[in-house]
Ligand binder design. Structure first.
Ligand code: NDP
Ligand code: GDR
Length: 344
C-alpha cells in the first residue's frame, strides 16, 4: 500500500486528489494549516473526511523543520505539493508572503526529501501563469516564460528549483504546468465560481448584480477532477518531467458569464464598453452584470491556451469534460447550495 502526502488538502485540488488516491487504496496524509476556524467543507462534500486511510496533519509549507518531520513521521513515498497562496489578485497586495509560501515553500519540501529520503517522488503544482505575457500560441512545455504577477514569479522559482533538484540530485520531481481548472469545489474568489455562485444567487433573488473586472481576459478552463489524475500519472512515470495539462480551447471571461447565465435560465446581452460595459437580461431588461475597475489587476494575463499533446502521448492523459458541461455542473451545484442556505 502506497503512502502519499498531499499539502493543501483543504483546497480544491487537494480534496479531489485525496479522493482519487484513497480510491486507489493509498494511505493519505493531508496537510492543513491551523486557523481559527476549520476548513474541511470540500473533503466533507466529497464524503472522505472520515475515511480510515485519511490522516489530517497540521503543517505549514514555510517551515523547513516541519517539512522534515512530516516526511520522517509519515514514511510517505509520494509528495504532492499543492499548497500555495494561489490567488493572483492577492499576490499584488501580499507579494512577500506569496514569495515565501508559493516560491520558497516548495524548496523546503525538496530539501526535506534530500535529507530524509531522496527516493521520495515529488509533484510541484506549477501554473500557466508562468507564461503570463505569452510568447507563443498555444503554450507548450518549452514556451518561454514571462510571468505577470508576484504569484507567477514565485511559481516560476518553484518550477525551476524542482527542475534543478531533478537534475542536480536525481530526485523524481515532476512539474505539472496546469492551466486553469475549475469545479463546484473552486474557491469563490476565483472568477468562474464567483460567476456561477452569483448567477445562482441572482436566480434565487439573493443578489441583484454581479460585479467583475476584466471581461476580455481569455482562459483555458478544464475540470479539476480530471487534472488531479494527470498529477498522479506524472508520479507513476518512470522518469520525472515537466508536462502541460490543458484543454487547448480558450474563451473570454465574458463568454463564461454568458454560459453561466444561460445555465441559470437567463439570456444575456452585453452593451457598452470598458468600465461602462453591462450585461442585460433580454427577457426582463434587468442589468445582471456590471464592470467594476476595483477588480482590475495591475498587470494582466490576457490570453492563455495550452496544448497538452505531450501529456497525452507520454501519460495517456486527456481532458474529457467540455466547458459547457463544467459550467452547467457548477451552476447547478451553486443553485442547490444557495437554495439550502449553504454556500462556501
Ligand atoms: P486552493 O487555493 O484551493 O488551495 C491552496 C491550498 O494551499 C489550501 O489548502 C491552503 O490552505 C494551502 N496553503 C496556503 N498557504 C499554505 C501554507 N503556508 N502552508 C500550508 N498550506 C498552505 O488552490 P487549488 O486547489 O486551486 O490549487 C492547488 C495548487 O495548484 C496551488 O498550488 C495552485 O497555485 C496551483 N494551481 C492551481 C490551478 C487552478 O486552476 N486551480 C492552476 C495551476 C496551478 P488554507 O485552506 O488553510 O488556506
Ligand atoms: P487566474 O484565475 O488569475 O487565472 O489564476 P482567476 O479566476 O482569479 O482570474 C481569471 C481571469 O478573470 C479575470 N477577472 C476576475 N478574476 C477574479 N478573480 N475576480 C473578478 O471579479 C474578475 N473579473 C475578471 C482576471 O483578471 C483574470 O484575467 C488561477 C488560480 O487558480 C491560480 O492559482 C492558477 O495558477 C491559475 O488560475 C492557472
Amino acid at each position: 500500500m502506497t503512502t502519499a502526502i498531499i499539502t493543501g488538502i483543504t483546497g480544491q485540488d487537494g480534496a479531489y486528489l485525496a479522493e482519487l488516491l484513497l480510491a486507489k487504496g493509498y494511505t493519505v496524509y493531508g496537510t492543513y494549516r491551523r486557523t481559527s476556524s476549520v476548513n474541511f467543507w470540500r473533503i466533507e462534500e466529497l464524503g472522505i473526511a472520515k475515511h480510515p486511510s485519511l490522516h489530517l496533519v497540521e503543517y505549514d509549507l514555510t517551515d523547513l523543520s516541519a517539512s522534515i518531520r512530516l516526511l520522517q513521521t509519515t514514511g510517505a513515498t509520494e509528495v504532492y505539493n499543492l499548497a500555495a497562496q494561489s490567488f493572483v489578485g492577492v499576490s499584488f497586495e501580499q507579494p512577500v508572503t506569496t514569495a515565501e509560501i508559493t516560491g520558497i515553500g516548495p524548496l523546503n519540501l525538496l530539501e526535506a526529501i534530500r535529507i530524509v529520503n531522496p527516493a521520495i517522488r515529488f509533484y510541484q503544482a506549477s501554473t500557466s501563469e508562468m507564461f503570463g505575457k505569452v510568447q507563443a500560441i498555444p503554450q507548450v512545455e518549452d514556451t518561454p516564460f514571462y510571468p505577470r504577477s508576484p504569484y507567477g514569479v514565485a511559481k516560476l522559482y518553484a518550477h525551476w528549483i524542482t527542475v534543478n533538484y531533478r537534475e542536480s540530485y536525481g530526485i523524481h520531481g515532476s512539474s505539472g504546468i496546469l492551466f486553469n481548472h475549475e469545479s463546484p469545489l473552486r474557491g469563490r474568489e476565483f472568477v468562474t465560481r464567483k460567476i456561477t455562485d452569483s448567477m445562482a444567487k441572482i436566480k434565487l433573488g439573493q443578489l441583484d448584480v454581479l460585479e467583475l473586472g476584466n471581461l476580455d481576459a481569455k482562459r483555458d478552463w478544464g475540470y479539476a477532477k480530471e487534472y488531479v489524475e494527470g498529477m498522479w500519472r506524472m508520479l507513476q512515470a518512470d522518469k520525472p518531467d515537466t508536462y502541460v495539462l490543458a484543454t487547448n480551447r480558450t474563451e473570454t471571461v465574458r463568454d463564461f458569464v454568458s454560459m453561466a447565465a444561460k445555465a441559470a435560465g437567463f439570456d444575456l446581452a452585453f452593451e457598452g464598453q470598458a468600465e461602462g460595459e453591462v450585461g442585460i437580461d433580454r427577457a426582463t431588461g434587468k442589468t445582471l452584470v456590471r464592470v467594476n475597475p476595483k477588480f482590475y489587476r495591475p498587470a494582466e494575463v490576457e490570453l492563455l491556451i495550452g496544448n497538452p499533446a505531450k501529456a497525452k502521448k507520454e501519460l495517456g492523459w486527456e481532458p474529457k469534460t467540455t466547458l459547457e458541461q463544467l459550467c452547467q455542473m457548477m451552476v447547478e451545484a451553486d443553485i442547490r447550495r444557495n437554495q439550502a442556505g449553504f454556500s462556501f
